[in-house]
Each structure stands twice: as structure tokens, then as C-alpha cells.
Write a protein that binds this ligand. Sequence first.
Ligand code: XMP
Ligand code: MG
Length: 178
Amino acid sequence: MQTIQLHDKQFVPYIDAAAIEERIKLLAQQIDADYKQERPLFIGILNGSFLFAADLFRHLTIEAEISFIKLASYKGTSSTGNVITAIGLEEDLSNRHVVIIEDIIDTGKTLHSFMHELNNRAPKSIKIASFLTKPSALQFPITADYVGFEIPNKFVVGYGLDYDGLGRNIPSLYQLSE
Ligand code: XMP
Ligand code: MG
């Protein structure tokens, strides 16, 4: 098995590029069918989702728009804890069907917190497309509507996902070696 090293850790092959492409084509067909006349606005969350967003978007045949944001967390009051805010979200979301594109939902904390900000902008609908989910790690009430792969609670890299900055350019998915 071809192990790779990033920083101090070893990773082993997990999902190959061909399987990823096949899965994303199916997701795109599903989204095509669900949003035929809706001209949805896709919002990709940087950095991790950039490859997934590009591949998903290129396989869509419906009319659609895409924009990218970064999420930043800052300390809220003691009652609210950390607040997640969107950097670069300039579109008017009222009357838009929005599809969030995320790389991975782990505990769900990031997206759960961001949903509040998104809801305040009163879009017509919000759905979530996540390349990966880790169901056994989920701690917040977040459900993805379109999921590439459900994976066990192990750290993965590749296809946009990084370990401390490295690994995003690997075309397939690798899993932390035991
Ligand atoms: P939460 O817990 O808020 O986490 O759902 C989502 C964010 O955590 C990062 N994350 C990972 N990044 N491999 C990664 O490269 C992983 O296995 C992994 N698990 C969580 C990621 O930035 C995601 O947006
Ligand atoms: Mg990351």
C-alpha cells in the first residue's frame, strides 16, 4: 500500500479519484433534478471545499450561480460562545435558493453556527452539500442534504482537505494511518 507522509504523520489510500468523480456526478444529477427552474446560488466554503465545489458545479446542467466565502470564528459573549461569521458574502440572499458546499461535517459545530447568520439573510431555502460526513462524530443538529461519502471518525486528507496546510492537491482521499 502506498503510504504518504505529511508533516509528522503517515496516511494510507482511502477513496480513489475515480470513485470520487463517479459519486460527484451522481450528486450533480440529483441536484439538477431538484433545482430545475430555481437558479440556485451555491456558496462554497473555503478553503477545504474548493475542489469539491469545482467538480460538483462543472457537472451541473441547470442554470446556477456560485460564490465562495470564508468562515471566521470570533469570541462572542459568554452566553453565545464562539460566533461564526462569513467573510465575502455579498449576494442578496432574499428570495434565493441557497446550497452550501462544505468539505466535511465533523461535529457539525461550524455549519450549525453559520446557519444562524444565513437564516438572518432570509433565503427562500437552504440545503447543504457536503463531500464528507462523519456521522459518529456529529454533536450538533446539522443534516446534509447531499453527501458524497459517510466516513468513520478518522482524520482524512486530500481532494481539498489538509493536514496543517498540506495534502489539498492530492486527487484522492487518504486516511490517517493507525
Ligand atoms: P465541525 O466539527 O465544525 O468541523 O463540523 C468542520 C471542519 O473541521 C475540519 N475537519 C477536517 N479536516 N480532515 C480535514 O482535513 C478531517 O478529517 C477533518 N475533520 C474535520 C474541516 O476544516 C471542517 O471544515
Ligand atoms: Mg482544514
